[in-house]
Write a protein that binds this ligand. Structure first.
Ligand code: ZN
Length: 83
């Protein structure tokens, strides 16, 4: 499962499972699904959204303050677009 990390300078990611992933030549990490989801929850994004990942595009949860690329936070709250 391919995931992109936030920021072009990210070359390696340590996943919650303990695995370390290196960025491939396309700037994506090919991760196990659970690690991919964790990376997305931590600020990464699915490649399908990679055309809209400029700074300032994203959402922030109004309940817990978690930054997200999705409108629905993992805590169950609703995220609003960041200014
Ligand atoms: Zn939240």
């Amino acid at each position: 499962m391919k995931v992109a990390a936030q920021g072009e300078m990210v070359a390696e990611v340590d996943a919650p499972s303990g695995a370390r992933y290196r960025r491939d030549k396309n700037g994506l990490f090919d991760m196990a699904p659970s690690d991919a989801r964790a990376l997305v929850n931590g600020g990464g994004f699915w490649p399908s959204l990679s055309g809209s990942t400029r700074k300032g595009i994203g959402y922030r949860c109004t309940t817990c303050g978690f930054g997200s690329y999705f409108k629905h936070c993992k805590c169950g709250g609703t995220c609003e677009r960041e200014a």
